[in-house]
Design a protein. Structure first.
Length: 510
């Protein structure tokens, strides 16, 4: 063996792969913002153009590129409805993304539909999730992978995926799969990488920045974390120490195609002393040039989206004197609002209930004051359970008066802080502003009575599927009414335009 090794050296054969520079482009939480945001940022055609420019610049220096995405490329805007979600998957290939990780907004219709979307898109982009279990049962075997290996000039780069395991996101998978805790998969993935003689190991995650830091602390071999889920914009890589005390970079771009990260690493297989040569977060705005092919795909998606709803998205259905609250720059609206009051009021009066509820975290993209188009309404509340269902259903839940009072008192004590709007409730205060008692639809609150709460059906549905001991209780006390958000919301907007905040004086919004 020694003679063989000596002969190889004398003949000029390297014993290890030579050091190589690699550019890693990355995005996360694209959420089907095909055209970018309403405030002039992002857009897939601009993202593609910039990515190609960076690839060309790197290639001129002899540097090859890998393009990865941190998940949640699916549900988020009305464009996800185009071609029953297939277009969102096709865009991964169109953007040139090599590898992505499964995000919680990517499987909202369950494993079977996810498998159909991957097949329908004839997807070349690899989707990863090492901690998604029962892939075979959900039809995702050979469609969702634990790890991929990419070889560049003899250097083996391993990429493994981790998805968020937060229970309230998992209900669409119940019965056909489950996402396990990502922290338990760091060691097995590192062992697999070692067995496959991986030179540089990337964790591609959709678990949020705080959990990214945690998995780095549990690791000894991860060299880079490309993250998503928390919509964190990191202007520079966040460094966290691993088990060996080595500082590992974590990167994330924010959300909604508003930025593209580019990192150049110098990989040294012989010593394992890899170096981050440079990092830059590139902002994308609507003044930038577009890739013509992706631009045309977006235009085709518009036609598909209109076909899905059977009407043009540009149809004006009303007007508002205030901004319809929602996500801005990738950050959800955290507080109760005037618009939330309207939504709670609409929910209450759409079904036979005593109290209506709206939660700000369900808001989609914020819509500026002025004319409200049909498409604006969908983008502001882009939620549905199954394609073609008319949006989430409004359910009623029978709730004990004592419990309802406890909930309402918590909300009233910290107005606006929980992002909850309540309709049908009026707190009666004394001269010092202290709440003496509550009125429910004009009648004094009775703690010994049961009341009906109007809420999105997804709340009891998710709880029934993920918390077994609650199933019987919820089954006895909830009613799925068949009333759909989009139909009711359009009727409400048409009937009450121009919308204003003074219209909310008959209901309490906190």
């Amino acid at each position: 063996m020694k003679i063989l090794l000596l002969t190889m050296v004398l003949l000029g054969f390297p014993l290890f792969a030579q050091a190589v520079k690699v550019q890693i482009l990355h995005t996360n939480d694209l959420h089907s913002y095909f055209e970018g945001t309403r405030n002039g940022r992002g857009g897939y055609a601009r993202l593609k153009k910039l990515a190609d420019q960076l690839k060309t610049q790197a290639a001129a220096q002899g540097i090859k590129t890998i393009f990865v995405d941190g998940g949640d490329f699916g549900e988020g805007t009305s464009y996800f409805m185009a071609n029953n979600g297939v277009d969102a998957f096709k865009m991964l290939d169109a953007l040139g993304i090599d590898v992505t990780v499964l995000g919680n907004h990517d499987y909202l219709q369950g494993g079977k539909v996810l498998a159909e979307q991957i097949d329908g898109a004839q997807l070349k982009t690899k989707i990863l999730s090492a901690n998604l279990k029962a892939k075979r049962e959900s039809g995702l075997n050979n469609k969702i992978f634990d790890m991929v290996r990419i070889e560049i000039d003899g250097v083996k780069i391993g990429i493994f995926g981790l998805s968020t395991s937060e229970m309230h996101y998992q209900y669409p998978l119940v019965g056909s799969g489950m996402v396990l805790s990502p922290s338990g998969f760091v060691k097995p993935m590192e062992e697999r990488a070692e067995m496959n003689k991986i030179d540089y190991l990337i964790a591609l995650t959709h678990i949020g920045l705080s959990k990214d830091i945690d998995i780095v602390k549990r690791s000894k071999d991860i060299d880079l974390v490309v993250g998503g889920h928390s919509h964190t914009r990191l202007q520079e890589p966040r460094l966290a120490p691993n088990k060996k005390g080595r500082q590992i970079p974590i990167v994330q771009t924010g959300a909604n195609s508003m930025a593209l990260g580019s990192i150049i690493v110098d990989i040294e297989p012989a010593t394992g002393k890899h170096e981050m040569v440079s990092y830059q977060l590139h902002d994308i705005d609507h003044s930038m040039p577009e890739d013509e092919t992706v631009h045309d795909l977006v235009e085709m998606a518009k036609i598909s989206r209109d076909d899905y709803f059977g009407r043009p998205f540009t149809e004006v259905i009303g007007e508002s004197t205030f901004e319809l609250s929602g996500s801005k720059d990738g950050h959800n609206n955290p507080k109760a609002s005037c618009w939330g009051g309207h939504l709670a009021y609409m929910t209450l009066h759409s079904v036979r209930a005593d109290v209506g509820l709206h939660i700000a975290s369900f808001d989609g993209e914020a819509i500026p004051a002025g004319p409200i188009r049909f498409g604006d309404m969908i983008d502001n509340f882009p939620h549905f359970r199954e394609f073609g269902d008319g949006g989430w259903e409004i359910a009623t839940l029978k709730i004990n008066g004592l419990l309802l009072r406890e909930i309402l008192e918590v909300i009233i004590r910290k107005p606006g802080q929980f992002g909850i709007n309540v309709a049908g409730v009026e707190p009666v205060r004394d001269a010092n502003g202290k709440v003496k008692h509550l009125l429910i639809n004009g009648k004094k609150f009775n703690p010994l009575k049961s009341y009906y709460l109007a809420i999105p059906s997804e709340l009891p549905f998710a709880l029934e599927r993920t918390v077994p001991w609650l199933r019987k209780l919820l089954y006895r006390n909830r009613v799925y009414t068949g009333v759909r958000y989009w139909y009711q919301l359009e009727s409400y907007i048409r009937a009450n335009s121009p919308l204003n905040c003074e219209q909310m004086t008959k209901t309490a919004w906190f």
